[in-house]
Design a protein around this ligand. Structure first.
Ligand code: MSP
Length: 678
């Protein structure tokens, strides 16, 4: 794990995906970049030489097509979008150390060199590709991998192709990859995604991968066979190496590689956890320490077509409420790794409760009291009482707890730890009632005001990686230089006799209803401007234009928790019954759903695949009651997103007339995992 490495000056390389510049980025794409920037700042605070790369993925059929549809040459279409991506990173203050454009010359040279090396080593050979291609995902599929004739990843139409192609011998790495995963349990995170990946892609064996195209010329040509261009994913993944100087500055490259972590969205895990490691093995390059796949941010349904999905841009959120409010919200609200739903109301409420009330009030109440009772100057603390000790104990503990959470990239937990200290400090004000002390016990007031300022210093220090601007403002108001990270857990180091600079509220309290209107108006305006559509068209075409997943309404999702027990009186044909595929699966892991009281999230092993299944039985069973047991599951239900987690199947359960009696259905013999029911 990363935290065990000696931090001082050691390299820590972080990557975000390189984005398709086919449309302006939305809040979902922005998420990974906020995460990367936060981790970079965090690692830097710890003393690492942290470096972060992202970029734009400019080649491929999809972009060539979109540009053509807009009557433009690829770069003519792409350039302004790339500029808008760079502007967005500047607006959010999440600028990378390297922004690699895959269309750049130095990158093309790297891609060609890697391709030639793989060819020379015998890992690439020429043959004929026969199969299906999903252009939006830039992915190849065999017939058996298709789902009802559609792309299994995005469920869109695929095209049949038969063309001469070069192939990468991915099949040769099957066992090596599995052994690598086994020997490096933290390589793919979260763990259940690794189980899903192994379950779904290795079960029929890995097939060789077609790595060139002859039908398009918008890409990097194969150096020794120019009618072929190199597959866009090989091109894209190589950006991670170009970003740290491959081909330009070998010392820099050797310094930063291997990466400490590749942050990606869950939809591109196959490319990062199978194809990329196999390519690195073939090139004799070391593997990244970890690949962390986060979930999707879904969008609330508001003013737009419910069935088609919705979109939120980061710009209006930043313009209206500041970049730190957005950073805080996405890091605090979503459990990293799992899907989450963006809700403007929830965002505004969090700004009010956590930022304006808890944090903002703490700072403004404290500086106001120091101003009022001590002319702005904090004197040294005097005798210590139990209540002071109790606050100091939390203050000393918080950093360690935060670091423990950050080892696993649990941003939500890390921030919750800081807020435990913020709330404890607010409570300390209620307990000590400083406004009563000036006359009756001025020595005590000195201690109380000092304790508050010292506690705020710890809070500010711990916020540096997450909310850098807010941390800076805190230090400005308590009038001290930005402290070093390692001082966060220390107490009594706020400089005595400092004159505080009382300033504006960190986060003004918002009128939620009024702000909802303002935010939606600003977002809708941007949407119309960017899609160039009329209001009606924008609403109708939203999903297609912006590549968003369809949104399920909370009501749709809620239903899943309830077990379908309505009995149909009509007879059904045997063929109808046969449509339902039932299998025996063993629950190998089970946790409470992080965002729903009634749901359990089960990891179910069917022998040849492992799935995540969400069930509404938490009221009746503890997770540990189910682990290690075999039950019957419906395995051909369409995957459904249940409160942010994709459920791939349903446990069968019987219920009696007593509402408290419910039982999952289990075979009475110990059948092998995966047995079918008929
Ligand atoms: N170009 C590829 C990545 C190549 S990396 C060598 C790509 N680009 S993308 O623009 O489609 O997506 C970039 C990232 O944004 C991916 O990690 C994807 O998972 C993420 N997201 C896109 N929509 C998202 C949400 N709604 N929520 C969270 N992340 C999402 O894939």
């Amino acid at each position: 794990m990363t935290q065990q490495r000696e931090a001082q000056g050691q390299p820590f390389y972080i990557t975000a995906p390189i984005y398709y510049p086919s449309a302006n980025l939305h809040l979902g794409n922005t998420y990974t970049s906020i995460v990367c920037d936060t981790v970079k700042r965090y690692k830097k605070e710890q003393g690492f030489d942290a470096y972060y790369t992202t970029g734009s993925d400019e080649h491929g059929e999809k972009l060539a097509r979109v540009a053509k549809e807009n009557g433009k040459e690829p770069l003519e279409y792409i350039d302004p979008i790339v500029d808008s991506i760079k502007d967005l990173w500047a607006l959010l203050d999440v600028e990378p150390d390297a922004f690699v454009r895959s269309s750049s010359e130095e990158h093309a040279k790297n891609v060609q060199k890697i391709f030639t090396t793989l060819y020379d080593k015998g890992y690439i050979y020429k043959d004929v590709y026969k199969g299906y291609y999903c252009t939006p995902c830039e992915s190849f599929w065999t017939e058996s991998q298709l789902e009802e004739g559609h792309c299994p990843d995005c469920r869109r139409e695929v095209e049949y192709r038969e063309e001469e192609s070069y192939f990468f011998r991915l099949s040769a790495f099957q066992d090596k990859l599995l052994r690598y995963y086994e020997a490096h349990p933290n390589f793919i995170m979260p763990e259940y995604r690794k189980n899903e990946l192994i379950g779904s892609f290795f079960k029929d064996g890995l097939e060789d991968l077609s790595v060139t195209r002859t039908r398009i010329d918008w890409g990097v040509p194969v150096p020794f066979d120019e009618k072929h261009v190199i597959y866009v994913w090989i091109d894209a993944l190589t950006c991670y190496l170009t970003g740290i100087g491959l081909g330009q500055d070998q010392d820099k490259f050797n310094h930063y590689w291997p990466a400490g972590v590749h942050f990606i969205g869950k939809d591109i895990i196959r490319f990062h956890a199978i194809i990329w490691p196999a390519l690195l093995m073939a090139l004799d390059l070391p593997q990244a320490e970890q690949i962390f796949a986060h979930g999707w941010i879904l969008f609330e349904d508001d003013k737009m077509s419910k069935s088609k999905g919705n979109i939120m841009y980061p710009e209006p959120l930043v313009d209206l409420y500041g970049r730190d409010a957005l950073k805080y919200y996405v890091l605090r609200e979503f459990q990293f790794g799992q899907d989450g739903n963006f809700s403007s109301r929830n965002f505004l409420q969090r700004v009010n409760s956590d930022l304006a009330n808890d944090l903002g009030n703490l700072l403004s109440r404290t500086t106001a009291m120091v101003d009022k009772y001590r002319d702005g100057v904090a004197a040294e603390p005097k005798e210590e009482y139990d209540v002071d000790k109790s606050l100091k104990a939390v203050q000393m503990d918080t950093q360690q707890k935060l670091e423990k959470a950050m080892e696993k990239y649990q941003f939500q937990v890390a921030l919750e730890e800081v807020w435990t200290l913020v709330r404890r400090t607010n409570k300390y004000i209620d307990e000590t009632q400083p406004w009563t002390l000036n006359d009756k016990d001025p020595r005590r007031l000195d201690t109380v005001l000092y304790r508050l300022l010292d506690s705020i210093r710890t809070v500010g220090t711990l916020l540096i990686p997450f909310m850098p601007e807010t941390a800076e403002e805190i230090f400005k108001q308590i009038n001290m230089e930005k402290p070093t990270w390692k001082t966060a857990s220390k107490v009594d180091i706020y400089p005595v006799d400092t004159k505080v600079n009382r300033g504006d509220a960190l986060f003004p309290r918002l009128d939620v209803e009024k702000e909802l209107e303002r935010l939606h108006a600003a977002n809708n305006d941007l949407l119309l401007e960017r899609t160039g559509a009329s209001k009606k068209e924008a609403q109708e075409n939203l999903t297609g234009v912006l590549d968003l997943p369809p949104i399920q309404s909370p009501e749709d999702v809620e239903r899943v928790g309830e077990l379908e027990s309505e009995l149909e009186e009509d007879y059904i044909d045997f063929e109808d019954f046969e449509k339902v595929k039932l299998r025996v699966g063993e629950i190998i892991d089970c946790i409470a759903h992080p965002d729903a009281d009634k749901l359990l999230v089960e990891t179910v092993d069917f022998g040849d695949e492992v799935r995540t299944i969400v069930s509404g039985i938490r009221e009746y069973f503890e997770p540990e009651d189910l682990v290690g047991k075999k039950f019957v599951f419906v395995v051909n239900l369409k995957p459904r997103n249940i409160r942010g987690i994709e459920s791939n199947g349903m446990i069968l359960a019987a219920s009696s007339t007593d509402p408290d009696q419910i039982s999952p259905v289990a075979p009475i013999l110990d059948l092998p995992k995966g047995s079918y029911l008929s």
